[in-house]
Design a protein around this ligand. Structure first.
Ligand code: AMP
Length: 438
C-alpha cells in the first residue's frame, strides 16, 4: 500500500535547486576558477561544511550580523555546539593551523569553492544557502599580495567575460591607529546619535566602525561628514595602502576609494575591498533605492591578526570571497554565452529485439569515439523515438533495426530533410563527423 504524502515539499526558504540546464554556468565558473588558481599557485582546500560554532564567534566577531543573527547553530547528540559555515576564511585559518601549514614555505596560497549558510531575509541576490569562491594567501604581509588577491578576483570575473567592474577599496588600519580613530568616530556620533536608526544606536555601543556601513536613509547625512579612517592611518598602514593602490594602477585595475567601506566581519586589518558593477548608478532608480539594492560580487581584505586569534602563530594573511550566485546572475544579465555540454546533435534510435540488444554497445562505441549521443532506449517504436529526437533538436538520428544489426549497418537520417542513407557501422563515426562539420 502506498503512503500518500500529507503535504508537498519545497526547497527551504532562501535555498534553490540547481537544475541540469543551469549547471553549465556553475561548471564554467568552477573551470575558470580552477584554471586561475593553477596559474597563480593556489592549492584547493575543502573544509567541513560545519565547524565548532566557537570558531566563528572567535574569528568573525561577536558583534557582527553573522554571529548575532545569521548563523545556523545546533547542538549535536554529543552536546557539541556546531554551526553551518557562514563564511570560508575561519575554516581555512583553522585548517592552516591544524595542518601545520606554517611550516611550509610561505606564502601558502589556498582556494575553496562551496556552499555557505546564513539565516538572512531572502531577496534577490541574497540566499540562505549560497556559494562562495575564496582565495587566501597566508604568511606574507607585503602589499603586493593584497594587490594579487584583488587581481585574481578581477581576473576571475574578466575570464568569465563580465564587464564594467569596479573595486571599492579602503584601509581600516591596525591596532595602532584604529583605537584613536574609534574615539574620534564615537565623539562625532555621540552628539548625533539621536537622529540615527535603531541599528546605529546599537552599533555605537557594540561595533562603532560598522556605523559607517549603515544603509539607512536617515543616517546618510551623519555618515557623510563622519571622520574617515584613511585620514588617521599610522605610517605603516598609510604606506601599505599607498603601495596597494600603486600595484592596482600598475595592473590597470579600476578602483575607487570608499572611506565608508568597513566590511561586516571583525577580523580585517588594513586593506578592505568589495567589487561592484561599475555603472549600477546609471541603471535608473533613486539614489536611495540604489544604495539599498547595491550588491557586491564579493569582497575581502587583509586579516593579519586572525591566525593568532584562532590559536596559531602571528601570521599575516589576505583573502577574498566571490559570491557565485551573483557572478552567475551577472553573466546572464550581461549575455555571456556558455556552451551547453549536454546539447548533442545526434540521437540513437533502436528498433526490434536485435536493434535494442546492439544499442547499448553501439552507444558506448560512439561515445568512446568522442560523440555525444542522446537516446530514449525505453521506447520501442521508431516514430516515438524520432519525435523525441525532434524535440531535442537533434540534427541527425542513427537508426539500428533488425536488418541493420544483422548486416552491420546503420541508417543515418537527416532530421531536417528526412533523407536517409545506410552506412557500414565501421564508417559511421567518420561520416557523422563530416556531417557535423557542414
Ligand atoms: P561577505 O564576505 O559577507 O561580503 O560575502 C562575500 C560575497 O559573498 C558577497 O559579496 C556576495 O557576493 C556573497 N554573499 C554573501 N552573502 C550572501 C547571501 N546571503 N546570498 C548570496 N550571496 C551572498
Amino acid at each position: 500500500m502506498s503512503r500518500k504524502p500529507k503535504k508537498t515539499f519545497q526547497t527551504p526558504k532562501g535555498t534553490f535547486d540547481i537544475l541540469p540546464q543551469e549547471q553549465k554556468y556553475w561548471n564554467k565558473v568552477r573551470d575558470v576558477v580552477r584554471d586561475i588558481a593553477l596559474h597563480y599557485g593556489f592549492g584547493r582546500i575543502d573544509t567541513p561544511i560545519f565547524e565548532n560554532s566557537d570558531l566563528y564567534v572567535t574569528s568573525v566577531g561577536e558583534a557582527t550580523d553573522i554571529i548575532e543573527k545569521q548563523m545556523y547553530v545546533f547542538k549535536t547528540k554529543g552536546k557539541d555546539s556546531v554551526a553551518l559555515r557562514p563564511e570560508g576564511t575561519a575554516s581555512v585559518v583553522r585548517a592552516y593551523i591544524e595542518n601545520g601549514m606554517a611550516n611550509l614555505p610561505q606564502p601558502v596560497k589556498l582556494y575553496y569553492i562551496g556552499p555557505m549558510f546564513r539565516y538572512e531575509k531572502p531577496q534577490s541576490g541574497r540566499f540562505r544557502q549560497f556559494h562562495q569562491i575564496g582565495f587566501e594567501i597566508f604568511g606574507d604581509m607585503d602589499p603586493v599580495y593584497d594587490a594579487q588577491i584583488i587581481n585574481v578576483f578581477v581576473k576571475t570575473c574578466y575570464s568569465l567575460k563580465l564587464k564594467n567592474l569596479n573595486v571599492e577599496i579602503n584601509s581600516i588600519g591596525c591596532k595602532e591607529c584604529r583605537p584613536s580613530y574609534r574615539s574620534q568616530l564615537l565623539k562625532y556620533y555621540r552628539s548625533r546619535i539621536k537622529g540615527a536608526c535603531t541599528n546605529c544606536k546599537k552599533r555605537i555601543k557594540t561595533n562603532p566602525l560598522r556605523l559607517l556601513d549603515c544603509k539607512e536613509e536617515k543616517c546618510q547625512p551623519i555618515k557623510v561628514n563622519a571622520p574617515t579612517l584613511i585620514d588617521s592611518l599610522c605610517k605603516e598602514c598609510h604606506d601599505h595602502f599607498k603601495s596597494v593602490l600603486e600595484f592596482l594602477d600598475e595592473l590597470e585595475i579600476p578602483y575607487s576609494l570608499n572611506p565608508h567601506l568597513v566590511r561586516g566581519l571583525d577580523y580585517y586589518t588594513k586593506t578592505v575591498f568589495e567589487v561592484f558593477l561599475e555603472d549600477e548608478h546609471s541603471e535608473g532608480g533613486s539614489e536611495k533605492a540604489h544604495r539599498r539594492s547595491k550588491l557586491a560580487l564579493g569582497g575581502g581584505g587583509r586579516f593579519d591578526k586572525l591566525i593568532k586569534i584562532v590559536g596559531g602563530k602571528d601570521t599575516p594573511a589576505v583573502g577574498a570571497a566571490i559570491g557565485m550566485e551573483r557572478v552567475i546572475n551577472l553573466m546572464k544579465k550581461q549575455g555571456v554565452k556558455v556552451a551547453n555540454p549536454f546539447k548533442s546533435q545526434i540521437f540513437l534510435v533502436q528498433v526490434g529485439d536485435l536493434g535494442k540488444k546492439k544499442s547499448l554497445k553501439l552507444f558506448d562505441d560512439l561515445s568512446s569515439a568522442g560523440l555525444h549521443v542522446m537516446e530514449s532506449f525505453g521506447r520501442n517504436s521508431l516514430s516515438s523515438q524520432l519525435r523525441i529526437a525532434d524535440k531535442f533538436g537533434a540534427k541527425m538520428s542513427l537508426i539500428i533495426g533488425q536488418k541493420e544489426a544483422i548486416d552491420g549497418d546503420i541508417i543515418l537520417r537527416d532530421m531536417e530533410t528526412g533523407a536517409q542513407e545506410t552506412v557500414p557501422i565501421e564508417k559511421i563515426v567518420k561520416v557523422i563527423k563530416n556531417h557535423l562539420k557542414k
